[in-house]
Design a protein around this ligand. Sequence first.
Ligand code: FAD
Length: 599
Amino acid sequence: MSENGIIKGCSFLTEDHPLEKVFIPEEFNEEEKMIGKLIYDFVEGSVLPKLDELESLKEGAMGATLKEAGKLGLLSVDVPEEFGGFAQTKAVSMLMAEKLAKSGSFQVAYGAHTGIGTLPIVYFGTKEQKAKYLPGLATGELLGAYALTEAGSGTDAMNAKSKALLSEDGSHYVLNGEKMFITNAGFADIFIVFAKVDGDKFTAFIMDKDMPGLSTGTEEKKLGIKGSSTRTLVMEDVKVPVENVLGRVGRGAQIAFNILNVGRFKLGAGAIGGAIHAIVDAVSYGKERHQFGQPITNFGMIKHKIGEGAARCFAGQSMVYRTAGYIDQNISTLDKADENYDAKTIDVGVREYMTECSMMKVFCSEVLDYCVDEAVQIYGGYGYSQEYPAERFYRDSRINRIFEGTNEINRMIIAGEMFKKGAKGELPIFQQAKALLDELMGMPSLDDDADDGFLSEEKELVVKAKKAVLLGLGTVAQEMGEKLKNPMEHEELLGFLADMIMDLYGMDSAIKRSEKLAARGEDENAKFAATLTKIFCNEAMHRIEIRGRDVLATAVAGDMLTTTLAGLRRTVKHNPVNTVMLRREVADVLIEKEAWPFY
Ligand SMILES: Cc1cc2nc3c(=O)[nH]c(=O)nc-3n(C[C@H](O)[C@H](O)[C@H](O)COP(=O)(O)OP(=O)(O)OC[C@H]3O[C@@H](n4cnc5c(N)ncnc54)[C@H](O)[C@@H]3O)c2cc1C
């Protein structure tokens, strides 16, 4: 924790965060819950009835639905009040993303407009740009899109070829180039476009759709999210006034990457909403579907899928709101009178938790994939039929591992940032790793201060998981040192470490949320939460052990491998619990309620 009581990014590894700093979604106040309900009702009343129109890309349907949401104030959650918004906390923004999850492609169009299409102006626009664009973006009068990707530069976004040249009289830039896969391109009024001034200064511009020379290609025919408009954006000698430069010339990367951080944790919230919806829907189907003379939800293998999916959702949901809470606490320390306040909310407030944002993206998109896959399986052959919703869930889910930075790149960020924070001395990662190595070389400790309190065994697992991660990070840093400066040569290793780090954060977050529920006297939910937590922690611990072995076998060899593996075995040693019975318990609750029982 920093001196002003703010939780530092990644510090869940090196310290135990006090419960009062951990936000859980059950702590939303009544007004915030109402906002969540408003968007949920909007999806039920205004999106789902026209899902077929939207999913078939009916001309004008998506734009009109976004504008309808705008009239209800649902597009303005991240826009400051002075520009027509009703700026809410990041936690509320997550709640909205989660509650949208049933809406299929609308969720993607909404996310692109309110996120990457609007936020660059909120955070980096001048007063004039904000006054000109934000009121319209907040009401839906203007719809936004974000154009970074090009055919030759996706993951490697800085390698863009689009060019901007300043006119001789200095009044405008002339832009040429082509952007690829631009969400909302078919109906957007404004585009945040990235191009290189003089071929090397990566810069963001605001472009109006009516600017001569700007056009879009035909709709991309996609695997999923078929109702979301995805087109190329073509710039042929487009004259963009200099006042439309967003931020400073050459500082486009700061905008592009900061905006992606927000996009990533919102994607995490949306993905968890989708995963929960897929499970609950599959439970409802499974109760009606009889085989061998009984509902298929009676069968152990089906209960396994329900229980396992629910446990992963609970961990993901707990991680999402915990992270949002840290971001909100961090933003609350910034000086609102500072003229750079808006930029700082993202460049300082959110950026501190860049690793957590990447974790939300990767972990939750993979939980979603697990849940939609098992939902199709629960539907059996009907899951493969377009007549039933599971087929669409399955197709729609897949994009989440690709956009907002692929999961491969985000895994590299997760582990890479841990090394950086350790190397810069921002967190005592390597000191703790060294102390652990010394401890492991010594005699095993015999002290057994067994605690039999609430989730005590799982808390013990977290202590072990932290040690396993520290052992991995410490061994890799010690053995590879300088070589790590080129992370692309050690990608698999970083991927293994990222998996361990995400599972650790999931375990710790699920435990802390369960503890808070118990402390709030929400006994029934606390009991259910504890069951979910036990399942997750046990499974995560198995994965951490396997990944830990992978890390060590990649980083060291010979005697060093033998010694560190022995250390890892000592570190992670634990007795497994009967997760079969626990998953059955969870499935029985969901089968009875046919709803996610939390908040
Ligand atoms: C439906 C849809 C909507 C989209 N919306 C937008 C939008 O609104 N705006 C926008 O700007 N972009 C958008 N995108 C683009 C999206 O962000 C990119 O597709 C994504 O960043 C990946 O880039 P790419 O497709 O060029 O894949 P590539 O970069 O070619 O990557 C291909 C594979 O190689 C892997 N890879 C690449 N480099 C590395 C590395 N160093 N290490 C390990 N693996 C690596 C990737 O992880 C991936 O698995 C959208 C894409 C889709 C499909």
